[in-house]
Design a protein around this ligand. Structure first.
Ligand SMILES: [Zn+2]
Length: 258
């Protein structure tokens, strides 16, 4: 006959189990704490399959900040499809500036700084044209047309009302190293032409008519023709490798007059 014994747990086993549970809980707590406190390891860009994008700290560029139509705007686009409005527009802020040339007061500081930097770098440049009023452009264009015919004149000069020089924001630069290249295509390869292509943007100027963009700007390359657009726009154009205002602002250009 089996004698049933009261169902009792051995106190020693009970104490052992309690200690084991406490220890286990401690280990779990420690593991959780360690996981939370440990710094998260950043994904290694070398092995990540995700494309790495560079986040620019700069705020996005506001293309609508200034008008491209208003003739007083720093970003006004003047080309064969977009004459100045009114066509005989005259800027109100024309001053007699560097070397006695007339241009917009807004570019004076930047133009002088550009010339100072050139001097520092041992580059001898001079101003050879700046603001041209409607009547002056009319005379210039008519002279070219009389000399070469209208078709050729249209590739080398703007008709009155269609010239950036009428905004007061544009200048033509000559160099002293190869005088025969002044106002000629070979200016682009002179020391001065190369220097301007690299340095003008720092002062808010762009080379407005560049090689390969004749069908957009409507003009043959003119490495000497600088247009002031401000340092912000000049630097974003360089950064995005965009040569023309027409492309950047999605504005129609071309060789054909409106
Ligand atoms: Zn020019």
């Amino acid at each position: 006959m089996k004698i049933s014994r009261p169902h009792r747990l051995n106190p020693l086993i009970m104490i052992t189990v309690i200690i084991a549970v406490i220890l286990a809980a401690g280990v779990v707590w420690w593991l959780l704490k360690f996981q939370t406190a440990a710094p998260k390891k950043a994904p290694d860009p070398q092995v990540s399959s995700e494309p790495q994008t560079v986040v620019s700290p700069q705020p996005s560029f506001d293309k609508k900040l200034y008008s491209t139509i208003d003739p007083t705007s720093l970003w006004v686009i003047v080309n064969k499809q977009h004459p100045l409005t009114p066509i005989d527009f005259t800027p109100a802020d024309i001053i007699t500036g560097l070397d006695g040339y007339a241009y917009s007061q807004r570019i004076d500081t930047y133009l002088r700084a550009l010339f100072k930097k050139a001097e520092t770098d041992g580059i001898a440049i001079s101003l050879t044209s700046a603001f041209r009023p409607f009547s002056g452009q009319q005379t210039l264009y008519r002279n070219y047309a009389a000399q070469y015919g209208q078709a050729t004149a249209d590739t080398i000069s703007a008709r009155a009302g269609y010239s950036e020089h009428q905004t007061g924001l544009t200048v033509d630069i000559s160099g002293s190293s190869q005088p025969t290249c002044n106002f000629n295509p070979c200016f682009v390869d002179t020391a001065e032409g190369k220097w301007l292509a690299l340095n003008a943007r720092e002062f808010g100027f762009i080379v407005r008519y560049t090689a390969g963009n004749e069908d957009i700007t409507g003009y043959n390359p003119e490495a000497w023709h600088l247009r002031y657009v401000g340092t912000e726009l000049a630097s974003i154009l360089a950064k995005e490798k965009i040569d023309t205002l027409e492309e950047f602002f999605n504005v129609k250009g071309g060789k054909v007059y409106k």
